[in-house]
Unconditional design. Structure first.
Length: 522
């Protein structure tokens, strides 16, 4: 057994130990005092900064409140006196909503000067590294040049790739191939002789359950058939601006038929009607941005199209839109109204500038929330551009206040309208009805008059889907030529009946039974 070592007994602190202990106490006390003083100073500084911010905010709140009270109509909402924190929060919200669009507009105007030097640095780096080489090289001191440079640099990294060949087909043909369940439901919905309860066609399997392994409930289970009602309940007529904008929302929803938050296609709605004098009028509506990923997808209405068209270049979406108009059979000389929201408005404006060279007679252009401040539309096209004063999107082109038109225009807010080469801008106060004279003169209002009655009898409406890549197999060769002929006209009027006469004119079928719209359910 090993001998146990004797315990070590502390013999006390020596002289050197006492010196170290006293020095440590003194140094620690000095450091602690210095840290305390620094923290107190920081606290005082923070408090003074907070007090200054509070005073500035308090003064600003009263200034904004007084300014709003001096206005005839307080906008965006009535602000209370800023005597409490909650009231001041309301005042700040009002000033933010009013100031954010103006700040975005100012940033867009200064983007060329602020980001131009960075673009030049990228140009210099591109002389050594091809990864940073993109046009334009020196003309980068405008918003257009900055966007073009960003698109070029993105393509070097596999993003924002544009220039695909568009493939156009009717929405019904696309659903048959991509979403047979929705196509089967749509056929049942349109058939006036179908039973009241929906029963899937024999042999139609539940693709959703097969792919996800889901155990569905009673048939038909809405979980197994997403987007059925949205795909079937399509607008039958457009009688004014409200219907026009609601129709814009519908075609945006149709870009995602299965409601999985992935943009499968871009949808263009093409409607037509024959007036009492026998002239067919067309209405073409374009979708807005449905994908914000920098990598271009199969649908052309994405972030890539936004940046390309912002750089004043022609994106795939514009080429697809013109192809859809040709696909629908719009003849030369027939009046065409173009409409779109956001990206759809920019596409509509770009199509309007290129319509004549493709043989289309565009007479009207209606946009909402689209940055058209720097777009020059050909004379003879009547334009109604709806821009909300609090919307930042119309400001991103750096054109200043909404309602500032191309040439010879006055500064104002609200609604901008151009007619026959002359320009005008007008303010529509909050709560006022929008003018409807333009839609009525164009012939899209069904309220009274022989033109409205004739339009309801012979109205035709269809949706074309736009995708990038080669044309669908079912539309190639002779089949494509047949579709572009009488078959496409039959699809255009399928919503209003199955009967056809010769020469491609729609047959006037009797209205469907009332149970067609009321008795069916999921």
């Amino acid at each position: 057994m090993t001998a146990q070592l004797p315990p070590r007994v502390w013999a006390g602190r020596g002289v050197f130990g006492w010196i170290l202990m006293v020095a440590g106490v003194i140094v620690g006390a000095v450091l602690a005092l210095a840290a305390g003083i620094v923290l107190v100073v920081l606290a005082v500084v923070v408090w003074l900064v907070w007090l200054a911010i509070w005073l500035v905010g308090y003064v600003w709140a009263w200034i904004w409140f007084a300014g709003q009270r001096m206005r005839r109509v307080e906008y965006p909402f009535v602000v209370p006196p800023p005597v409490s924190r909650r009231n001041r929060s309301d005042v700040f919200s009002s000033s933010y909503l009013s100031g954010a669009p103006r700040l975005v507009g100012a940033a867009a105007r200064l983007a060329g000067f602020l980001l131009g030097p960075l673009a030049l640095v990228a140009t210099v780096a591109g002389t050594i590294a091809p990864r940073w080489r993109a046009r334009p090289y020196f003309a980068v001191f405008t918003l257009r040049g900055i966007l073009a440079k960003a698109v070029g640099l993105g393509r070097r990294r596999g993003w924002l790739i544009d220039g695909h060949d568009p493939a156009v087909q009717t929405l019904d043909d696309f659903l048959v191939v991509a979403f047979p369940q929705i196509a089967d439901f749509v056929r049942w919905w349109r058939d006036p002789d179908a039973p009241v309860d929906y029963v899937p066609s024999p042999g139609l399997h539940d693709a959703t359950a097969d792919q996800l392994g889901l155990q569905l409930g009673a048939y038909p289970d809405p979980l197994g058939f997403p987007g059925l009602a949205a795909g079937a309940m399509r607008r039958r007529q457009i009688t004014g601006y409200r219907d026009l904008l609601v129709s814009q929302r519908e075609i945006d929803d149709m870009c995602d038929p299965d409601l999985d938050d992935r943009n499968e296609v871009g949808v263009v709605r093409i409607s037509s009607r024959v007036t009492a004098d026998g002239i067919r009028h067309w209405l073409v509506q374009f979708p807005s941005t449905k994908s914000w990923h920098p990598r271009a997808g199969v649908a052309p209405n994405d972030l890539t199209a936004d940046l390309v068209i912002g750089a004043e270049r022609e994106p795939t979406m514009t080429r697809a839109a013109i192809a859809a108009m040709s696909f629908a059979g719009i003849a030369a000389g027939e009046p065409v109204m173009l409409a779109g929201f956001s990206l759809g408005g920019m596409v509509a404006a770009q199509v309007a500038t290129r319509a004549a060279r493709h043989g289309f007679n565009v007479t009207h252009l209606v946009t909402a929330g689209a940055p058209l401040g720097r777009v020059v539309v050909p004379d003879g096209i009547r334009v109604l551009a709806l821009e909300h004063v609090l919307d930042i999107v119309p400001r991103i082109r750096g054109a200043g206040e909404p309602g500032r038109w191309w040439r010879g225009r006055r500064r104002d807010s609200g609604v901008a309208h151009r007619e026959g080469g002359s320009a005008a801008a007008g303010r529509v106060p909050a709560g006022s009805p929008a003018p409807v004279d333009g839609v009525r003169r164009y012939g899209w209002s069904g309220r009274g008059g022989p033109a409205g009655a004739a339009g309801r009898r012979s109205a035709r409406r269809a949706e074309c889907v736009l995708r990038t890549g080669p044309a669908p197999r079912r539309l190639c060769g002779a089949a494509r030529r047949r579709v572009c002929g009488a078959v496409v006209r039959a699809v255009l009027s399928a919503q209003h009946g199955r009967g056809r006469d010769h020469a491609g004119e729609p047959a006037h079928d009797p209205p469907a039974p009332a149970r067609r719209d009321r008795g069916r359910h999921l």
